[in-house]
Write a protein that binds this ligand. Structure first.
Ligand code: NDP
Length: 481
């Protein structure tokens, strides 16, 4: 039986868009060298004009951050810094609906996800790190770990506000000041966050936000006034940044791509596993670095799992991201849609069998139907490369050892999932999977107290938890590291 849903659109009235946004430097919005437009990927409507920061604007932002670091933030007691972080966390909660609607408008993700995942988790990161600000001396890094200085942070478009929170909250808690560059296609929630910093009376220059494109990011990471670089994005750009930071003395953490295996054993409850597979690859349109984009299913249950998966995919609702019933929103940009389309055609050309959910696509905007490929071999590009879209590649295995070998057969190592009722098998698998996070009988679960990060080409360094603090502290010379 198929239910028909009436439209349930979330109102846009809560968001007040300005026609034009400046750069946030030294606690104020200031003009920059040129402007660009940010659009809604669901309708291609122009949302606002945003300032492009050139090298001289980056200079000003770094100078403001340095001044705030030296005069205010690094000398402020941790308990005082913590109060600002608590205030920011509460303001994120108070303005949660506004942030969620704006995120959905600028990014294209379903409101159900921005409302229930992105924004609450962003607030949770500030709450969690607020609690650390006055306890750093008890975190196991010695009695008085020191901040690093000015941090340059570059974030991607898939979780704009949440990635900002992952970066800004620990940096500030540890006593650093930041210059952050949001992605070109999703700058608006970072600019609303700048307003929240003003509302929280955060001292000017502690957080600076420079909008722009890759060139702005390049100017920021190469700036000699930066002490540490934190980057989330593609492995290709991550490698470029690692080269730019080499021998500069800058500390660096990189959170890059992934090609995670979601491993389903024959004793797993099929319906629960199917929910996990769907959440693993279709959450956020598959624009997730830790997405479960390779399904490894035990051969004996392959047909049952695939039949249940196709049935479930047939019920996914694709369309207006502001509709509260929508499961799959818009692809973030035309460039990303082109990349997904190209990789999917190589899958077909290389002989894999494609099945896409039979959902109508809207006429305007960027859309891709949830898609699954079977008859995939490990050599196929769709099994090796990060597609970063709603596309799942299915492979099979017979034994746990074969599952481990296939799961680890990737240059990446960010995450993995295991579905079985045997606890011993979960532990056996988890100790052999070369992935920063291993989920058992669930997928895509995040918590600020749990460290997140990769192996191999998925990057290095951890974000979240006590491990994440270390990336923002100078712990050299501490006795009990
Ligand atoms: P990028 O890695 O290019 O973008 C990430 C961020 O880095 C953006 O803010 C970007 O700016 C900025 N940037 C780009 N070039 C440079 C540079 N040379 N120096 C410093 N900063 C730079 O990702 P894309 O948006 O181009 O996506 C391409 C692919 O990367 C995706 O298809 C996906 O496979 C992968 N990806 C992985 C992510 C992850 O979380 N692991 C996140 C995003 C993408 P701007 O947006 O203005 O270009």
């Amino acid at each position: 039986m198929r239910f028909e849903y009436s439209p349930a659109p979330e109102s846009r009235a809560i968001v007040t868009l300005r026609d034009s946004y400046g750069l946030f430097i030294g606690g104020a919005f200031v003009p920059g060298s040129s402007v660009f437009k940010t659009i809604s990927p669901a309708s291609e409507e122009v949302l606002a004009e945003v300032t492009h920061a050139g090298p001289e604007d980056v200079d000003k932002a770094v100078a403001a951050a340095r001044q705030a670091y030296e005069r205010t933030w690094s000398v402020m007691p941790g308990r005082e810094r913590g109060k600002y972080l608590f205030r920011i966390a509460r303001l994120i909660q108070e303005r949660a609906r506004e942030l969620a609607v704006l995120e959905t408008m600028d990014n294209g993700k379903p409101i159900r996800e921005s409302r229930d995942v992105d924004v609450p988790l962003a607030a949770a990161h500030f709450f969690y790190h607020a609690g650390w600000a006055d306890k750093l001396g008890y975190a196991g890094f010695g009695p008085s770990p020191r901040p690093l200085g000015v941090v340059g942070q570059v974030i991607p478009w898939n979780f704009p506000l949440l990635m900002l929170a992952w970066k800004v909250a620990p940096a500030l808690a540890c006593g650093n000041t930041v210059v952050l560059k949001p992605a070109e296609t999703t700058p608006l929630t970072a600019l609303l966050f700048a307003e929240i910093c003003q509302q929280a009376d955060l001292p000017p220059g502690v957080v600076n936000i420079v909008t722009g494109d890759g060139a702005t990011g390049q100017a920021l990471v190469a700036h000699p006034g930066i002490d540490k670089v934190a980057f989330t994005g593609s492995t290709e750009v991550g490698k470029e940044i690692a080269r730019a930071c080499a021998v500069s003395g800058k500390r660096l953490t990189l959170e890059l791509g992934g090609k995670a295996a979601n491993v389903v054993f024959d004793d797993a409850p099929v319906d629960q596993a199917v929910e996990g597979i769907v959440n693993g690859i279709f959450f956020n349109q598959g624009h997730v670095c830790c997405a479960g984009s390779r399904l490894l299913v035990q051969e004996s249950v392959h047909d049952d799992v695939l039949a249940a998966l196709r049935r479930r995919m047939g019920t996914l609702r694709l369309g207006d991201p502001l509709d509260k019933n929508t499961d799959v929103g818009a692809i973030n940009s035309r460039a990303q849609l082109d990349k997904i389309t190209e990789l999917v055609s190589t899958g077909e050309a290389e002989g894999a069998a494609r099945w896409s959910a039979p959902c109508p696509l809207p006429d305007r905007g960027f859309w891709f139907a949830p898609t699954v490929f079977t008859e995939v071999s490990q050599a196929h590009r769709i099994a090796r490369e990060e597609i970063f879209g709603p596309v799942l590649s299915v492979l099979t295995f017979r034994t746990p050892a074969e599952a481990v070998e296939k799961a680890n057969n990737t240059p990446y190592g960010l995450s993995a999932g295991v579905w079985t009722e045997k606890g011993s098998l979960i532990l056996w698998m988890a100790s052999r999977l070369r992935a920063g996070v291993v989920w058992a009988n669930t997928f895509n679960r995040f918590d600020p107290s749990s460290p997140f990060g990769g192996y191999k080409e998925s990057g290095f360094g951890r974000e979240g938890g006590r491990h994440g603090l270390e990336a923002y502290l100078d712990v050299t010379g501490s006795a009990d590291v």
